[in-house]
Ligand binder design. Sequence first.
Ligand code: GLA
Length: 656
Amino acid sequence: MKIPKIPSFALFPVLLLGMALPSLRAADVWLSSLDLSGVEQAWGVPRADQSVENHALKIGGKTFERGLGTHAASSVQIILDGQGERFEAQVGVDDEVGIKGAITFQVEGDGKELYHSGTLHGGDNPQPVSVDLTGIKHLALVVDAVGNNNQYGHADWANARLTMKSGQPRIAVLPPETATILTPKPAATPRINGARTFGVRPGAPFLFTVAATGDRPMTFAATGLPTGLQLDTKTGQITGIVTEKGAYPVTLHARNALGESQRSLKIVCGSTIGLTPAMGWNSWNCFASAVTADHVMAAADAMVSSGLIDHGWTYINIDDFWQVNQNSKDPTLQGPHRDAEGRILPNPRFPNMKQLADYVHGKGLKIGLYSSPGPWTCGNCVASWQHEDQDAKQYGAWGFDYLKYDWCTYNDVVHGDHSLPTAKKPYEVMRAALDTVPRDILFSFCQYGMADVWKWGEVVGGNSWRTTDDISDTWKSMSTIGFGQAGEERYAGPGHFNDPDMLVVGKVGWGPQLHPTRLRPSEQYTHISLWCLMASPLLIGCDMTQFDPFTLNLLTNDEVIDVNQDPLGKQAAPVSRAGTLEVWSKVLEDGAHAVGLFNRGLQEAAVTARWSDLGVSGHQTVRDLWRQKEVGSFSDSYEATVPPHGVILVKISPSK
Ligand code: GLA
């Protein structure tokens, strides 16, 4: 591609002195003249010399002829190979969003911050950026949303240009990658999968479906079940009520014509539920405000027909928009907010919540819903403010098993009080309300990590808490969130997990239009590996009726899922970081280590896991978990070649 240059006058004095150095002659290159296909952004497409919505670039009333129009969160990686001299631009929120939007612009050189704009709002004046590029190999232009709202993050890098000493800058674009299925198909012989420890409160209705792969018909059995529980030998569903507190070691059996499998399950009857991270589906990242009861039933059907249920996937969670909306013109979102006694009413798309819950339970699955402590949810639907007890009771009466509880509009009722007691309060109130319900309802906080929620989420009674803003299906979003979890590992454990948000694999799109995830195949392996290493809740965000073989493979590798569901409930942490190469590790119940060798860079690279970093010594057997294959025995380290943005996930155990 021919890149138009703007002559620079910077070196004219040198030329006048007679030093004709054509290769050193400075030249300006407009950012918008480069191949923009490598620009990542959470919404829309990058535009040359136009705003993201295709208008002339305009910031604070000033119009610019050249520049890049993008949308937060956005990232551009530019390869300079040390030949750059200066980067200059005027940055700000495009006037097309009025005074909305709050974003930051950052410039990073070889991983170091060179410029930070601070928060810029719609209507603010353009901010000048001028950065010295001497010696820099990789330049990154980053835009982030401030808070949890990247809705109006229309970001302009106006008049952005790179002055080069020589050579041409280039926006890094990874070559296309084929989606390769790494995992062999499950065997025809039985294998029991999923959680190996399960919590229940005394007196609460019990439901645990034995997850097993292998040919059908299959029969199930269990020994050591506590009094009050029974197993359906055909479906593998264990139901009933346990009244005696205690830890019950159970052995599960699954048998078919080809053989039998056994697995232990520790049932713990006590005050803690959610002993391993929740595994399920949530409607938001595909259907968002378009969700209906039919979508939810179809999701439950698909969780069974796709075989996901045989790998331990359990929850079918309805996010926002099952309630009536405050001001929608759509009749299917209108209706009375509550009945005469104040009980919450679903919108007409959810004609019968109890029947819906029964339908999902009938398949051996569980069902969840969503609310917010303010008067309205994030999507402006009716929320729980001053109805917490009633709502918790209603969820229990309908038969719900999971509550995702947001923060939206609570700020309005506490008038922006940012104190710690105020941050905790709504979760304490809802916790107390849930405690009166004779049903186990997993409690998931969704306040995006405010007030370091990981430090108090457990004490306030959360089974998980979101640690970040909403994820989107870009490398920038997923990798920033995923690799950004380091440091929070000490707060995770059985019954209380950090939640870096839902999975963005398969067909996603925030409804009603869906698209295949924009994550490359290697990036998807990274996503699932990281979330499993981190003992994060695994909530599938795609339309499960449209699974493709690659996505199904990603979600059904039992050795990878075992890393997530390990009974110790540990969250992995980085044990070494060298530039873009990172090794993350955690110890498993059997004493082995689950280790991710990650390459965040743009080129294939060798990544090494050193025994000294992992805290092990002597001969160790390495098993590749995605390929479910032994790699060999190694004496002090293991090195693997890792694709760009990819991972090799291994289990390292002492050699026999
Ligand atoms: C917030 C949450 C999302 C989703 C929406 C619903 O943005 O972070 O996960 O629940 O609200 O409106």
